[in-house]
Design a protein around this ligand. Structure first.
Ligand SMILES: Cc1cc2nc3c(=O)[nH]c(=O)nc-3n(C[C@H](O)[C@H](O)[C@H](O)COP(=O)(O)OP(=O)(O)OC[C@H]3O[C@@H](n4cnc5c(N)ncnc54)[C@H](O)[C@@H]3O)c2cc1C
Length: 494
């Protein structure tokens, strides 16, 4: 019998991971990608000898990448390597306080006690609670479909329900952090984790306090060659397992016969398949590929995660006080988030994230400089005048960096690329340019996130940051696992 055919629309990380999993299950897999390159948001820019990871820069839950090599029975070391980091991030506060956040919990606890004035033991206790919350609740809600009865009758659900204490659900992350820490800087530092899925700590539930568990308990990593190595490794692995990639192939529609998906229309040709998986933004999938206006209108109502303005700067200088990950905090975090989510504007004193991979690999710059990825949170695109906002924000970013690092950065910028929400939307086919699909600004957000399958159209599945369990590399990889598992159950290949 000839193998069943699967089509994946999009080669984002979840698309590639699903392709690998389906190839291992015995499907003949073709990936259609609108761009000329794989990876979607997880891709690369190069300019004047400087190389920049275009999107993600933080790598946690590395075992999820490893798992794909194990499944494919291929030695990972032939494709990919990574190292565990000792330092999570360098933090700079406007009041002059600074903190080098070690990933070692004892050292972190001690540093936060001496430099921010927190009571010793408080941070370790916080991280233990985060670990328990992740194990009790995260496991079931992040690794299984929430849209299948089989998930809900699993006994771990009851364990999860029992573990959900009042503050995790009914306090905001900020309120929860205020109840655990005395110092405003520690609260701000742990509030920041809401941004790991593009949310607002003054709205998102205390449940998000499980996120730091990933950085400090399970580890933060650096892939050799930068984040693009993850894309390159999965692309090579998929090809090794027989997956065919067709670049510059933008899918125009998903073909249906009755209530069944039977293939796609791409570059004016119809290509048939037994299974269709969309890794594109779920809103666009329903709006444009399925022409399902009702479902698109429903998805449009869901609040989007934040987007970003990013300045990729080739810098002709080395800054000793900076590391791979650096944060220059705003003076007023609540105002910053109110601007982003309520006023849909950028904020004049933004929190600035600077990622510098040349701290790890000198070859990422042409000379003795540094490759700065300078990102500030921004609202998703709602028709704002981005060229005006970029100009304004660039000035504010330069002033803040000068003030907080006691430098004059402008003359040191040798080369520049700029991305705004419009460009992110255009480059990755993402609705409104949001980084992580829908926000987690309500306690029920996880339950409204779209499913990994369509209950009304047989053979149609969805994976990636805009569907369950959400955005970010680890969750996208989990989304691929959930989707491939559903397909496996439906088709019984293994
Ligand atoms: C600036 C930025 C910073 C980020 N920082 C981090 C971070 O530090 N850590 C982290 O974990 N995550 C981070 N993220 C989020 C993370 O990048 C995403 O959640 C993840 O990469 C999304 O992957 P995905 O599989 O959903 O697909 P995407 O990367 O969204 O790719 C989808 C692909 O589908 C293709 N496509 C869409 N429609 C079609 C069509 N009709 N036909 C053919 N192809 C189509 C697109 O061209 C694209 O290649 C960041 C994102 C950005 C943009």
């Amino acid at each position: 019998m000839s193998p069943q055919k699967a089509i994946i629309i999009g080669s984002g990380i979840a698309g590639m991971a699903t392709a690998i999993r389906l190839a291992v299950q015995g499907f003949e897999v073709t990936v259609f990608e609108a761009n000329a390159f794989p990876g979607g948001k997880l891709s690369l820019f190069e300019k004047d000898g400087f190389r920049f990871d275009a999107g993600p820069s933080l790598f946690t839950e590395a075992h999820l990448v490893e798992e794909l090599f194990e499944l494919a029975d291929e030695p990972m070391e032939n494709y990919f390597s990574y190292q565990q980091l000792d330092t999570a991030c360098h933090y700079f506060f406007e009041n002059g306080k600074r903190l080098k956040a070690d990933t070692d919990k004892d050292k972190l606890d001690a540093a936060i006690a001496t430099q921010l004035g927190e009571k010793p033991g408080t941070v370790k206790d916080y991280l233990s609670r985060a670990e328990k919350l992740y194990d009790d609740v995260g496991h079931i809600f992040l690794n299984f479909s929430l849209h299948k009865t089989s998930t809900w009758i699993h006994k771990r659900v009851w364990k999860a329900v029992k573990a959900v204490r009042w503050p995790y659900l009914f306090s905001t992350l900020n309120e929860y952090n205020q109840s655990r820490f005395k110092q405003p800087e520690t609260v701000q530092l742990f509030n920041r984790y809401a941004t790991y899925n593009g949310s607002n700590p003054f709205k998102a539930p205390g449940m998000l306090s499980l996120i730091p568990h990933l950085e400090f308990n399970t580890g933060t990593f650096y892939p050799k060659g930068g984040m693009i190595s993850i894309t390159n490794a999965l692309y090579a692995l998929a090809q090794k397992k027989g997956v065919v990639f067709q670049f510059n192939h933008k899918v125009q529609s998903i073909l249906q016969e009755g209530k069944k998906a039977v293939g796609v229309e791409v570059n004016q040709k119809q290509v048939r398949a037994d299974v269709v998986v969309s890794n594109g933004d779920v809103y666009y999938t329903y709006k444009h590929l399925l022409k399902n206006e009702k479902q698109a209108a429903r998805l449009q109502q869901l609040e989007r995660s934040s987007s970003a303005l990013i300045f990729y700067w080739g810098i002709q200088h080395q800054f000793e006080e900076l590391g791979l990950h650096n944060i220059l905090f705003t003076r007023n975090y609540s105002e910053e988030f109110a601007h982003i989510f309520e006023k849909q504007q950028t904020y004049h004193d933004p929190t600035i994230y600077i990622n510098i991979t040349s701290k790890m690999e000198a070859g990422h710059t042409p000379g003795k400089g540094e490759n700065w990825f300078v990102m500030v949170n921004a609202p998703a695109d709602n028709g704002q005048d981005w060229s005006k906002l970029v100009k304004e924000l660039r000035k504010q970013v330069v002033l803040k960096i000068n003030r907080m690092l006691n430098t004059d950065i402008e003359p040191l910028v040798a080369t520049e690329i700029i991305m705004d929400p419009l460009r992110i939307a255009e480059r990755t086919g993402t609705f409104k340019g949001s980084l992580y699909g829908t926000s987690s600004n309500s306690k029920w957000a996880a339950f409204f996130r779209p499913a990994n399958f369509d209950s009304g159209i047989k053979n149609l599945y969805c994976c990636g940051g805009t569907v369950h369990p959400g955005g970010g590399i680890p969750l996208c990889l989990k989304s691929a696992a959930i989707t491939a598992d559903l397909i496996n159950k439906d088709y019984g290949h293994q």
